[in-house]
Design a protein around this ligand. Structure first.
Ligand code: FAD
Length: 267
């Protein structure tokens, strides 16, 4: 199978650099083909601006969504963005690897998403009608492929537990897993997270590396996070509210969007 690893750390001799090498070696040992987008090494441009849309006239107002749509359709996105889109279409699985910075991905990686996930490619796909609200959340251009995160965090695992002060890790990563990866169609795997890494040493590294090797070995067999599909009948259109008969009564928050026994109401 084919795997694209998008990697965001500025220092090759970092812990992330070492885990990156572990992941690639383990994937290749499984016989997978691997491509890497090393964003810092490549000098990835992270901000969306006029330079992303060369045909835009100097005096024309920049509306990023409209410019993205027009450029994607016309094939005039910049070469760096087009190359990343080609890699995404090539890959059966996408891995995003990054250190958690301020409870989110580093800006360079967010900028990769902002620029590469173009209108007509990752969003604005499919028909809007009274039965469908576009192809997204489980459907879309990247449906049938898998995605997962490799994340390192300074905080302790307990700090990211259900009652931990940082908030649950699945909630913190929900905007990436559900909002960025599931949205254009990926089946999203549970994330690989290494906690409390800032005081890591050799004895701490090997168990984490082995856990990562195992996740790479099971990349194509691990059960994805069971998010609900938008157009399955679980949501009302056009309000996009979860059907009142689904989810625990009174429940709120991200877990509502996980399938339960009463999922996929026939309409
Ligand atoms: P490094 O600094 O390279 O290494 C970490 C430790 O591992 C060091 O002790 C190093 O000696 C050791 N090490 C490195 N390579 C190896 C190896 N091959 N074998 C054995 N040991 C090794 N954390 C949070 O939890 N939440 C946050 O919101 C958050 N925000 C942050 C914001 C910023 C701007 C920054 C800079 C850090 C933040 N952190 C946060 C901490 C951050 O997540 C960690 O510093 C990061 O994950 C560490 O990864 P690294 O690759 O940079 O590690």
């Amino acid at each position: 199978m084919k795997v694209l690893l998008v990697y965001a750390h500025p220092e090759p001799r970092s812990l992330n650099g070492a885990l990156h090498d572990v992941a690639i070696k383990a994937l290749k040992a499984q016989g997978h083909e691997v491509q890497v987008s090393d964003l810092y090494a490549d000098g990835w441009k992270s901000q969306v601006d006029r330079a992303d849309f060369p045909p835009l006239a100097q005096d024309e107002r920049l509306v990023p969504t409209a410019a993205s749509k027009k450029s994607f359709e016309a094939g005039t996105l910049t070469e760096d963005v087009k190359a990343e889109i080609e890699k995404l279409l090539w890959a059966d699985a996408l891995i995003l690897q990054f250190p958690m910075w301020w409870f989110a991905m580093p800006a360079i990686l967010k900028g990769w998403v902002d620029r590469v996930f173009a209108y007509g490619f990752a969003y604005g796909v499919g028909e809007h009608s009274d039965r469908r609200w576009g192809d997204r959340y489980g459907e879309g251009t990247l449906a049938g492929r898998r995605a997962m995160l490799i994340v390192t965090a300074g905080g302790w695992e307990e700090h990211y537990a259900d009652r931990g002060i940082n908030g649950p890790i699945d909630d913190l990563l929900f905007p990436i897993n559900h909002g960025i990866l599931y949205y254009p169609g990926y089946e999203v795997l549970p994330p690989f997270v290494a906690y409390r890494v800032d005081r890591f040493d050799k004895s701490g590294f090997e168990p984490v590396a082995e856990r990562l090797r195992e996740r790479m070995r099971t990349l194509f067999t691990t059960r994805p996070i069971p998010y609900r599909q938008q157009n399955s009948g679980d949501y009302l259109i056009p309000s996009m509210q979860l059907h009142p008969e689904l989810g625990d009564p009174g429940a709120t928050g991200f877990t509502l969007h996980l399938k339960d026994a009463g999922s996929a109401i026939e309409q």
